[in-house]
Each structure stands twice: as C-alpha cells, then as structure tokens.
Design a protein around this ligand. Structure first.
Ligand code: BGC
Length: 360
C-alpha cells in the first residue's frame, strides 16, 4: 500500500479542478460537487502539508462563488433584518459544481451555514500558514459579505453538517460561525458582525447544554460527534473546558464501540450508520491538542487501517452499524459508500500534522 500521507495529498491534488474547487468524491455520483465544508477542511490540510497553492486556488474559487451571488446575499441579509422569510434563491448553497454553479439535483438540501463558517476559518488559517501579507481584494469582499450574511442569519434553523434536521439550530453550526467570525476579527477586518461571536457563545451555553454536555441541536439532548468542532478547531469552548471534556467522553461512550471508529450519532441511518473515518481522525485531532498522544495515535492507526489496497479512505466503514438494515437500502439506491472521500484524507493529514508537531 502507498504511504498514506503522501497518497492523501495526491488524491486531493488529483481531484482539484482547474477552477480550484475540490470534488468531494470522484466515485460517488451524489458527491461530484465542491462543498464549502469538505473543501475548507481539505484546503486547511493542504496548507498544513505545505501545498499553499492548492489551498489558494480553493479560496479563490470560494471567493468567486460568493462574489457572483452578491445581489442574492444582500437580499438575504435585508430580509433577515426585516424578519421576512428567505426563499431558496436568497441562500448561499452549501455545494456547487466545480465551475461554480448551483446544482439542480434536489437530493441534498442547500441551506447550511456551517460550511461558510468553516470557510472563513480556513481562509484565515491559509493567510497565516502561507504568510499572506494582505488578503486579495476579491477575498476581502467575499469574506466581508459572508461575515455579514452569517451575522444576519446565525439564529435561523438550517440543515446541519450532515445535511439533516433543517428545522433546528445546531451547536456545531454555531461554533463554525463563531470560529469563522473570530478568525476574521484576528485579521483586523471591521464590521458590525464583530459583535456577534459573544452572542453566539452565550446562546450555545444557554440553550445548547443539557445535563453537563453539549447537545446535537437545541431541544434535542442527543450527542453528535461533530460537537468535537466546538473546541477543535473553533474554540467556542477551550479544549479542556469541563463541558467539552464531558461531551467528548459521551461521544466516546455512546458513539464509539469496541475501540473502533466514531459514528455520527446514535440514530444515524445513512448507509446503516457506520464508523466515519473523518470523525475518528477528528477525535484524534482533539486528543492531540489535549496532549493525549496515545489516544491520538490510536485514532491515527485506526484510520490508517481503513485504507484500501490503493490507499484510498472511504467516508465510512460498515463495521459496527447504528441501523444495519439501512446499509443495503442505501447501497441499492446510491451505490457503494463514497471512496475515496477527500474530506477523510484531509482529516487524516490534519491529525498526522498535529501528531508530528514538535514536542508531540
Ligand atoms: C455529509 C456531508 C458532506 C457531504 C459530502 C454528506 O453525506 O453528510 O457532511 O459534506 O456528504 O462529502
């Protein structure tokens, strides 16, 4: 099998279009798009790997996508301020074709705010890691527009990072917006949106906590593995905050079985609800930040063991399942589990880096 780290970079490079967009997965028909969410984590991984040009081209793609929709975004902001309902044509979608067009495939919902928060955060990481002295003008325009959009809409229910439960507000989504806006603030950019992160934090602490842990969505006390993101990387909570630690313990207890990989949430039915590669790497990233190196290495080893003979990492592994009978149903409807999934490779690269920092 090829060296997984190097191969991961190659997989990502091979599936970045000339436009700069990254394909979520080349083999899975539904994923032949570029998502802000997947792409932003992928760009961050490429920055960590020193491939700044690749990350730069992705951020350029995002800025073009956003700037081209300036009129719709302004409309969304104005409507939100007036308390009016938004229509489908006002939203920034979560994914686009590689040449930056909206998809007409209705399989997945479009109104998801987390990818945009992640994008702002990843763009600022890029600026720092690649040593940019100033943001290109088009990036500045797009990030400020996105910041105003997120600041106007953050309280609206929207689909979560798994593209589900669109009638709810999700602490993970709020954390991405918090992290994205705070990152922009660190670049010294000005705007009314700067007052929003403390409001988001207060809201999560007031409404997003039940029995001493963070919840999947406001009003739903279940746990969801994406909540790792509240601390790693968005720092709405410190990594060692007791609330964060209790949440991670609950993720370990309820969403990870027999030392395997991490499930998304306990009632997941997508492809039977298998063990997700990117979530296992994400948990390892959290442990690496906590200095719990043995645990982080355990996650890295588990992820490495999921690579196929070509070195490709899938989205999920049907080893233990939360809803076994759905595996076949999804396979018949949509084909085999996406493999390779760029976001899985990206999270592997990120974990690898956090384990190879000086002192780890
Ligand atoms: C996942 C999303 C992801 C998309 C593309 C969906 O099934 O739930 O988180 O962005 O696939 O990888």
């Amino acid at each position: 099998m090829p060296d997984l780290y190097q191969h991961s970079i190659e997989v990502i490079m091979a599936h970045q279009a000339a436009s700069g967009g990254y394909l979520a997965s080349p083999t899975f028909a539904d994923y032949r798009y570029c998502w802000f969410r997947d792409g932003a984590y992928t760009a961050y991984a490429m920055d960590l790997a020193g491939c700044h040009e690749s990350a730069h081209r992705f951020h350029d793609w995002c800025a073009r996508v956003v700037n081209r929709r300036q009129a719709a975004v302004e409309r969304a902001i104005a409507k939100a301020k007036r308390g009016e309902a938004l229509s489908e044509s006002d939203y920034l979608h979560t994914r686009y074709t590689l040449d930056g067009h909206e998809s007409d495939d209705e399989t997945w919902p479009n109104f998801q705010l987390d990818g945009l928060g992640t994008w702002l955060w990843a763009l600022v990481q890029h600026a720092q890691l690649a040593g940019l002295e100033a943001l290109p003008l088009t990036w500045r325009e797009a990030t400020l527009l996105t910041a105003r959009y997120l600041a106007a809409l953050w309280q609206h229910p929207c689909f979560d990072c798994w593209e589900e439960f669109g009638d709810r507000v999700h602490p993970y989504t709020l954390a991405t917006i918090y992290g994205g806006l705070r990152a922009l603030t660190s670049l010294g950019l000005e705007g009314e949106w700067r007052s929003v992160p403390p409001l988001i934090r207060a809201h999560v602490l007031e409404r997003g906590v039940h029995n001493g842990w963070l919840v999947k969505s406001i009003g739903n006390p279940a746990v969801d593995a994406s909540l790792i993101g509240v601390a790693t990387p968005y720092r709405l909570l410190a990594i060692d905050d007791p609330l964060m630690q209790a949440t991670v313990t609950r993720i370990e207890t309820e969403l990870r079985r027999e030392g395997g990989g991490v499930h998304r949430y306990a009632t997941d039915t997508y492809y039977g609800g298998g063990e997700w590669v990117l979530l296992t790497a994400w948990l390892g990233w959290y442990y690496a930040e906590m200095g719990e190196i043995e645990k982080a290495r355990e996650m890295l080893a588990w992820v490495e063991a999921q690579a196929d003979a070509q070195g490709n990492l899938p989205e999920q592994v049907p080893r233990t399942l939360t809803a076994p009978r759905y595996l076949e149903i999804w396979r018949q409807q949509r084909g085999e589990i996406a493999n390779p999934l760029l976001w899985s490779h990206a999270k592997y690269i990120i974990l690898w880096h956090f384990l190879h920092l000086p002192g780890s």
